[in-house]
Design a protein around this ligand. Structure first.
Ligand code: HEM
Length: 394
């Protein structure tokens, strides 16, 4: 059975995923004690099935995991109704399509500023890093701005987030565990202090709004406030960086696709963004636990048993997508499940789409002759799939 933590699997998981999918129904992974739902239909049904919940399993009751535990247990993502409904309703307004569309000028401004900075870099260095210079700072700045996280401290966000999300990989090492505990403590302390300050000095931002709700009592307690802000800050950039980075590398490796963007990026942005989400998924695996006996793809799941939705596999299901192993940025329709489905469907989907639909044509118009300057460096992880650095030259 596939070893998800094997670096050679992480390098290119698609042949292995295709093998799991060929069973045509969920299969049991004995080592991980979890069912794997790999077809589009099964993975989608895992997200939608009401007897399958996101049940956060505490790392250990030890004191040192305490903050990491409540940062998850008290967040929107790791809770179920009625708590999930209450927490989600507090933030959905801030992410509705209209409100997000209103952020377009700000996204355009940041994107242009980053491209101008890259221009200067190119004149001096001849190359730039697509991840560090563009894919990462754009969503970080946007989500920081939306929440009211100080610009001078933005550099803290990616390292904290990276340390925490390494725990979502299969079998994280002791070093990763120690780094995650430390990051959880520092991040929670920082956000707690910021929210306390915003209660008396409110700004026009989401942390101020949520802090006011917490002050009011009932709807949000102190841990939920911090957990919600940390989740939004992390989820608000981590996958966006990788969706853009993975898609761009795939395009730059395929001359026919690069040519389409070089010629008329703006006209094809919408389908290109969806294909970025499908072709090389930034998020691959989400778990659920059965709260009642249920069935996925004809396989019975007993209460307490776990099942994983394999998004990257679902998005390459040959029953749903024509030539799924080929990247086609004109693909339409494109029913990928990159943002999940059901009650936990990604709140940030309109924001992620807006960011990519601005940043993609902007960079191709500015640097139409872009090409990979060397082999891109991947992170050796599977669940969150992305690049460490991608050197580009003109
Ligand atoms: C390309 C970028 C993104 C991808 C691929 C992505 C993907 C996902 C997926 C698959 C889920 C569902 C997880 C599950 O059901 O277990 C999810 C949930 C979530 N996402 Fe995103 N996301 C992205 C960007 C964002 C952004 C920009 C935000 C901004 C705040 C965000 C906030 C959230 C939140 C808060 C949840 C939890 C929703 C809930 O549990 O009800 N995401 N995302």
């Amino acid at each position: 059975m596939i070893d998800f933590s094997d670096p050679s699997f992480a390098e290119n998981p698609y042949p292995g995923l295709s093998e799991i999918r060929s069973a045509g129904k969920p299969i049991w992974h004995e080592g991980l004690q979890i069912f794997l739902a790999a077809t589009h239909e099964d993975a989608n049904n895992v997200f939608r099935n009401k007897s399958l919940g996101r049940i956060f399993k505490e790392k250990s009751p030890e004191f040192e995991w305490e903050i990491f535990n409540w940062l998850h247990a008290d967040s929107i993502l790791d809770s179920e109704p009625p708590k999930h409904t209450r927490l989600r309703s507090l933030v959905t307004k801030a992410f509705n399509r209209q409100k997000i569309e209103g952020m377009r000028p700000a996204v355009e401004r940041i994107s242009q500023r980053l491209l101008d900075e890259i221009d200067i870099k190119i004149k001096n260095n001849e190359t730039f890093d697509l991840i560090g210079d563009y894919a990462e700072p754009l969503p970080v700045k946007i989500i920081a701005d939306l929440l009211g996280f100080p610009e001078s401290e933005e550099h803290l966000l990616r390292p904290w987030s990276q340390a925490i999300v390494k725990m979502y990989e299969v079998n994280p090492s002791q070093l990763y565990q120690d780094e995650a505990k430390k990051a959880a403590r520092e991040f929670a302390d920082y956000v707690h202090q910021l929210a306390t300050y915003r209660k008396t000095n409110p700004g026009n931002d989401l942390i101020s709004e949520l802090a006011a709700v917490e002050e009011g009592g009932e709807k949000l307690n102190a841990h939920e406030l911090v957990a919600t802000c940390v989740l939004l800050l992390n989820a608000g950039h981590e996958a966006s960086v990788n969706a853009f980075g993975n898609g761009m590398v795939a395009v730059l490796e395929r001359e026919d696709q690069a040519k389409l963007l070089r010629q008329n990026a703006r006209a094809i942005t919408e389908t290109a963004v969806e294909e970025f989400m499908r072709f090389d998924a930034p998020l691959h695996l989400f778990e659920r636990t059965a709260t009642a006996p249920t069935e996925i793809g004809g396989v019975r799941i007993e209460p307490g048993q776990k099942i994983a939705s394999l998004i990257g596999s679902a998005n390459r299901d040959e029953k749903v997508f024509q030539n799924p192993t080929e990247m086609n940025i004109l693909r339409d329709p494109n029913p990928h499940i990159g943002f999940g489905a059901g009650i936990h469907f990604c709140i940030g989907a309109p924001l992620a789409r807006l960011e990519m639909s601005v940043s993609l044509p902007a960079i191709w118009e500015k640097f139409p002759t872009m090409k990979l300057a060397s082999t891109p460096v991947r992170r050796p992880t599977f669940v969150l799939r992305g690049y460490e650095s991608v050197a580009i030259s003109l």
